[in-house]
Design a binder for this molecule. Structure first.
Ligand code: NAI
Length: 254
């Protein structure tokens, strides 16, 4: 079987760690040329080195997705290098602080919304513009199961991921007839530095969290990456507006 993304140019944000790094690697394996970005310069460089070592053409752009000018500049660089963008994974995100709503600060709400919602919005706007000009494309946003149900002690995060899913469905509707598919992945708990931070802020959380997953384990970043690559590929040609849950059965019922 031929690789899924041969000939495609793909962007992954938040590619310096966790799910973003895994997605960049799977997309490279599937034949894509990669634009990768992150605010974490060191993490981004590690991902870029791994991709280049595997023979993939990579453009690494340090970019804060909450900064409108920086995002516009990133797309200028992508177009300058590749001339085209076929696929995008809007994945950069933050978990914010772990606290109940009454103990959640406005600063935490602003930060979480700024990265998880405004960041996705700014990237989507550029992606849609460029994909419209060049005949279409496929976009996958990283939402969460926190985008479809509540999660105690993460009120700002949950609200931002519900918003991300709403943005996904709306843009899918708006651009479905113009050759652009927009989907989301909704991961359950995945073993990444973000999950390490959550577990570190609430010692004793990991055991009950693992028990809450019917498969009795946390997910691996690669298990999300495989779905993102598929959703970005032409094999998912009739899929749009979908929030794909990948959670070891966690939201299937009690
Ligand atoms: P991670 O912390 O390993 O990676 C997130 C990356 O986003 C980091 O490299 C970070 O530097 C980057 N980032 C943060 N703010 C940024 C900004 N303003 N501009 C550009 N890059 C920025 O976390 P993980 O787990 O890989 O998270 C990736 C996505 O998956 C996030 O959107 C997260 O909310 C989502 N997610 C994660 C789950 C988990 O259990 N790990 C579960 C469900 C969703």
């Amino acid at each position: 079987m031929t690789a899924m993304l041969t000939g495609k140019v793909a962007l992954v944000t938040g590619a310096g760690s966790g799910i973003g790094r895994a997605t960049a690697k799977v997309m490279a394996r599937e034949g894509a040329r990669l634009a990768i970005s992150d605010v974490n310069v060191e993490g981004l460089e590690r991902t870029a080195s791994a991709l280049r070592a595997g023979g993939t053409e990579v453009l690494a752009v340090t970019c804060d997705v909450t900064d409108e000018q920086a995002v516009a500049g990133m797309f200028e660089q992508i177009m300058g290098r590749f001339g085209r963008l076929h696929c995008a994974h809007n994945n950069a995100g933050v978990e914010g602080t772990y606290a109940r709503l009454a103990d959640t600060t406005v600063e935490n709400l602003d930060l979480t919304y700024s990265v998880n919602l405004k960041g996705v919005f700014l990237c989507l706007r550029e992606e849609l513009k460029h994909m419209l000009e060049s005949g279409g494309g496929a976009i996958v946003n990283t939402a969460s199961i926190a985008g479809i149900e509540g999660a105690r002690n993460l009120p700002a995060y949950v609200a931002s991921k519900h918003a991300c899913l709403g943005l996904t469905r709306t843009t899918a509707l708006e651009y479905a007839s113009r050759g652009i598919r927009v989907n989301a992945v909704c991961p359950g708990p995945i073993k990444t530095p973000m999950m390490d931070n959550i577990v570190a802020s609430k010692p004793g959380l990991e055991g009950p969290m693992t028990q809450a997953v019917p498969m009795r384990r946390l997910g691996e970043p690669e298990e999300i990456a495989e779905a993102v690559a598929w959703l970005c590929s032409d094999r998912a040609s009739y899929v749009t507006g979908h929030g794909m849950v990948i959670d070891g059965g966690m939201t299937a019922g009690s």
